[in-house]
Design a protein around this ligand. Structure first.
Ligand SMILES: Cc1ncc(COP(=O)(O)O)c(C=O)c1O
Length: 400
């Protein structure tokens, strides 16, 4: 018998070698108690959360919690059914209406996760004879959607407008073309030049899908994302998003003005062949989304936090993923995995949680400490965070 697990041996060995040095496992942390969107208890210690993508801090919003409790009482703990059978409740229609209002678009379709939204929409609209042109640093769910649909995949260099244009030019005349972009790329926290890229795509006759998972609620005047901030949201055919970041719960969605959009509900397998979100989840999501429509003050504070942390980390001597803050994600570039894991652990001992990202999930095989800010981090907390980075950076030799 061939052990089908033998392909994982190199990863198992790398992990064992790292843990043999006595380091805490960076991918096995338990949040023992979560006190707020910015503080949890980990290993019995108060820990500031700087790696949760809880950008707008909605997870403990009293209105959101009340809506969830009420739905649990009124509709039970789950739907036990697909959206096309017994799994569409009033709450699912209400959250889709909240999304249509939030984005000012005609159609909204909710999936059980953002991963499934990409998987479903991409695989359903782009099939084996179609071409998908996508940024090489696209999220795993985008790649998996392309694979599921069997489309021809044409990747181009990250954020390179000319590379996109030249790839589009090579696609056979008359073929179906979908360009997939992200508003914010979550590894380095950089944004896409959507305005130029959407123009180039449209000129080539392609449809455009933008994943705004990391910009919803925060970027753009109404929090609709980078496409709104760059003034081209009306030229985008499909926006994909998630409830697992700014909205503060779980779920995914696609919004669109395409006149035939609703047919997806019958032909999109990751929508049809899975149970719908629990009533409590859609109720919390709808309440959160409606509150995000009126959150300009929180957006402004989050930008302040992002600028303050970016400037402070640079001043301490850390190398960052972007030369200026472009989103609520700030990536600190580590020299290698070993140093990155040491720094991650040192920060945890200081009382700070960030995400460790390592190859092959990272661009250029970098090891990154990814920091994601929350609108509810106070100015004092950002000061504390910088103090912890200074202490951990010196203790591990990452800065002098
Ligand atoms: C760009 C992007 N798209 C989609 C997803 C999937 O979202 P979800 O957590 O809702 O499955 C993520 C999550 O990390 C993401 O970063």
């Amino acid at each position: 018998m061939t052990d089908l697990f033998s392909k994982f041996d190199p990863l198992i060995q790398q992990r064992e070698e790292l843990l043999a040095t006595g380091l805490t496992d960076p991918f096995n942390l338990v949040m023992e108690r979560v006190e707020s969107p910015t503080v949890a208890i980990c290993n019995g210690k108060r820990t500031i959360l700087l790696g949760t993508y809880n950008y707008m801090g909605m997870t403990f919003d009293p209105d959101v919690i009340d809506a969830g409790k009420k739905a649990l009482d009124d509709f039970g703990s789950g739907t036990t059914g697909s959206r096309v059978l017994n799994g569409t409740y009033g709450g699912h229609k209400a959250v889709e209406q909240a999304l249509k209002d939030f984005y000012a678009m005609d159609h909204a379709m909710v999936f059980s996760t953002g991963y499934q939204a990409n998987l479903g929409v991409i695989s359903t609209i782009a099939g084996k004879d179609d071409y998908i042109v996508l940024d090489i640093d696209s999220h795993a769910s985008i790649y998996d959607g392309c694979a599921l649909g069997n489309a021809q995949i044409v990747p181009f260099r990250h954020n390179d407008i000319q590379a996109l244009e030249s790839r589009l030019r090579r696609i056979p005349e008359g073929a179906g073309k979908l360009v997939i972009l992200e508003g914010v790329y979550s590894m380095l926290g950089d944004i896409a030049p959507l305005k130029e890229m959407v123009a180039v795509s449209k000129a080539a006759g392609a449809m455009v899908l933008v994943d705004e998972a990391h910009s919803m609620g925060f970027i753009g005047e109404n929090g609709r994302g980078v496409a709104e901030a760059q003034g081209i949201i009306d030229d985008v055919d499909f926006i994909i998003g998630t409830f697992s970041k700014s909205v503060g719960t779980v779920g995914g969605f696609c919004v669109s003005n395409h006149p035939k959009f609703e047919i997806l509900r019958l032909v999109c397998r990751p929508y049809v062949f899975t149970a719908s979100l629990p009533p409590s989840v859609v109720a919390t999501a709808a309440t959160s989304i409606r509150k995000l429509m009126n959150s300009a003050d929180k957006r402004a504070h989050l930008w302040e936090n992002s600028k303050r942390l970016h400037a402070g980390l640079r001043q301490l001597g850390f190398e960052l993923g972007t030369s200026e803050p472009q989103s609520a994600i700030i990536a600190v570039i580590m020299p290698d995995l070993e140093k990155g894991a040491q720094m991650w652990e040192a920060l945890l001992h200081e009382g700070l949680y960030v995400n460790l990202a390592r190859p092959p999930a990272t661009p250029g095989n970098m090891t990154l400490l990814r920091c994601s800010l929350c609108a509810l981090h106070s100015e004092e907390q950002v000061g504390e965070i910088l103090g912890m980075f200074a202490a951990a950076g010196r203790a591990t030799g990452c800065i002098s």
